[in-house]
Design a protein around this ligand. Structure first.
Ligand code: NAD
Ligand code: TYD
Length: 355
């Protein structure tokens, strides 16, 4: 059975990808994750007993450990998602972003290149390194236009700058060493198991807890939303069929202002979980100071991945958001254990560490 490495598989998108590949694929998956605050093995409970799933608690910056893992498991490829991913955290403390997103990606590229150089025949020609990145590397759009794969990089936050740096390293490793890479740049994801610091899960959690819903600035910044399982399906497709050296933009054609997102969430909650006091959730909306350097608008032109690989999203914003709200309502324990920190004790009890 062929083995594929997934880094960051205990995170929001990584866990959706692991669940998809265990449910529908035939690879053995080795999930390499440091289990930072964003890593939660409870998101992988449904696959943890699969004989095709293996978890390794490790930091991608640890070169010696990564070397051992490649020679132990002999993967046919790697899908690299491990990262620090939250813009607000990057503003308050950029160091981890530089370390994991840049040094970690560099370390993986070097270890994977060393391993790949020692392969021969089909194993060598089929190996690939899939780098998972964000549309935020392109900067901010004005009122019109879309990000394409040819849009110049203009990252504005420490997060997007660190991801842009990692994208450039990946590109250079292909250009200089002929190392087999593909890169994907995706728009904002939402769905089950997202840490309640990002807009959508934070608003759902605060609303059902009766807390204020903090809207930065005027709430008129625009994001282009994609349901996480649609992203996971796109990642599988690009990993399997993408052209080496190419970049694919992934997005859902769902441009919404933050205010529209919050209002839609409030209306869904009014319908699915009406408040006992009869008040509407929108009464909790609160305008707060804007994020420094807040990018105005993101929007993706996803025509290349549609044309070349036949991908299109299965969820609309309406169906995806309803599923998401329902998931958080049905899984209050997942959120409660994240908020209380209990998810970490579960993790420590069950796994050894190579960190
Ligand atoms: P996340 O923060 O939910 O998860 C990141 C995972 O990486 C966690 O499990 C964490 O423990 C792990 N990790 C962090 N540092 C590590 C290290 N040094 N070694 C090993 N593991 C480490 O992130 P996410 O939202 O799932 O994003 C996954 C990837 O997709 C990231 O590369 C991100 O830049 C990219 N991306 C995210 C979005 C989005 O909307 N969330 C959109 C486009 C692209
Ligand atoms: P976020 O989910 O942090 O994703 P990103 O910054 O990577 O796009 O934020 C999405 C949008 O929501 C962004 O414009 C900032 C805004 N936002 C709020 O208005 N309030 C909040 O509490 C958060 C977390 C985000």
């Amino acid at each position: 059975m062929k083995t594929v490495f997934i880094t960051g598989g205990a995170g929001f998108i990584g866990s959706a990808l692991v669940r998809l590949l265990i449910a529908e694929g035939n690879w053995r998956i080795v999930n390499i994750d440091k289990l930072t605050y964003a890593g939660n093995l409870e998101s992988l409970a449904s696959v943890s007993d699969s004989p095709r799933y293996c978890f390794v608690h490790a930091d991608i910056c640890g070169r010696a450990t990564m070397d051992v893992l490649f020679s132990e498991h002999q993967p046919v490829g790697i899908i690299h998602l491990a990262a620090e991913s939250h813009v607000d955290r990057s503003i308050h403390g950029p160091e981890d972003f530089v370390q994991t997103n840049i040094t970690g990606t560099y370390t993986l590229l070097e270890v994977a290149r060393g391993y790949w150089s020692g392969l021969s025949g089909e194993a060598k020609s089929q190996f690939r390194f899939h780098h998972v990145s964000t549309d935020e590397v392109y900067g901010s759009l004005g009122e019109t236009g879309l990000f394409t794969e040819a849009t110049p990089y203009q990252p504005n936050s420490p997060y997007s700058a660190s991801k842009a740096a990692s994208d450039h390293l990946v590109r250079a490793w292909h250009h200089t060493y002929g190392f087999p890479v593909v890169t994907t740049n995706c728009s904002n994801n939402y769905g089950p198991c997202q840490f309640p610091e990002k807009l959508i899960p934070l608003m759902i959690h605060n609303a059902v807890s009766g807390k204020p819903l903090p809207i930065y600035g005027k709430g008129d910044n625009i994001r282009d939303w994609l349901y996480v399982d649609d992203h996971a399906r796109a990642l599988r497709l690009v990993f399997e069929k993408g052209t080496l050296g190419d970049v694919y933009n992934i997005g859902g054609h769902n441009e919404k202002t933050n205010l529209e997102v919050v209002d839609t969430l409030c209306a869904l909650l009014d319908e699915l979980c009406p408040r006992a006091d009869g008040l509407h959730y929108s009464a909790l909306k609160t305008y707060v100071a804007d994020r420094p350097g807040h990018d105005k608008r993101y929007a993706i032109d996803a025509s290349k991945i549609g044309r070349d690989l036949g991908w299109k999203p299965q969820e609309t914003f309406e169906t995806g958001l309803k599923k998401t709200v329902q998931w958080y309502l049905d899984n209050p324990k997942w959120v409660a254990r994240v908020v209380s920190g209990e998810y970490k004790t579960w993790t420590d009890k069950n796994y050894g560490s190579r960190v």
